[in-house]
Design a protein around this ligand. Structure first.
Ligand code: RTP
Ligand code: MG
Length: 137
């Protein structure tokens, strides 16, 4: 089943020069292709929309500050079971709990600075693609 998902390479990934490495892993998966891509420092309004579900949580403000601290790469990736697939490629939220071989497991140590975001469901993907690529059909 072909799907589309919204991926963010977070500011730590851009600062550390890991964009090519992570996009390379995504592109290496059979049949997955990039459908949209942009490098941009995310503004507060965009981040409030994106992380609305976390408003009021203790990690919310530090997360917003981190996510606005430099450019991110926003991507739409298309392909077979890509929503579940990129979540698996990323690994669990806490990089120390993430297995080697996953992006977070290979490159992360800090829960907040965990390199990558990927939509967690079909519904989230639709909602998030509209936030970052409003003109994308
Ligand atoms: P994401 O939404 O970014 O793909 O990550 P996720 O689903 O794995 O994690 P989620 O629970 O949605 O949390 C969103 C992001 O907030 C930061 N976070 N910090 N306790 C903490 O300090 C904490 N918990 C979460 C992470 O950057 C996480 O990816
Ligand atoms: Mg999430």
């Amino acid at each position: 089943m072909s799907q589309r998902t919204l991926v963010l390479l977070k500011p730590d990934a851009v600062r550390r020069g890991l964009v090519g490495e992570i996009i390379g892993r995504i592109e290496s998966k059979a049949g997955w292709t990039l459908a949209a891509m942009e490098l941009r420092t995310l503004d507060r309004a965009t981040l409030e929309q994106h992380y609305a579900e976390h408003e009021g949580r203790p990690f919310y403000e530090p997360l917003m500050e981190f996510m606005a601290s430099g450019p991110s790469v926003a991507l739409v990736v298309e392909g077979e079971r890509v929503i579940e697939g990129i979540r698996a490629l990323a690994g669990p939220t806490d990089p120390i709990a993430a297995a080697p071989g996953s992006v977070r497991g290979d490159f992360g140590t800090i829960v907040r600075e965990n390199l990558i975001h990927a939509s967690d469901s079909e519904e989230s993907a639709q909602r998030e693609m509209k936030i970052f690529f409003p003109d994308f059909a």
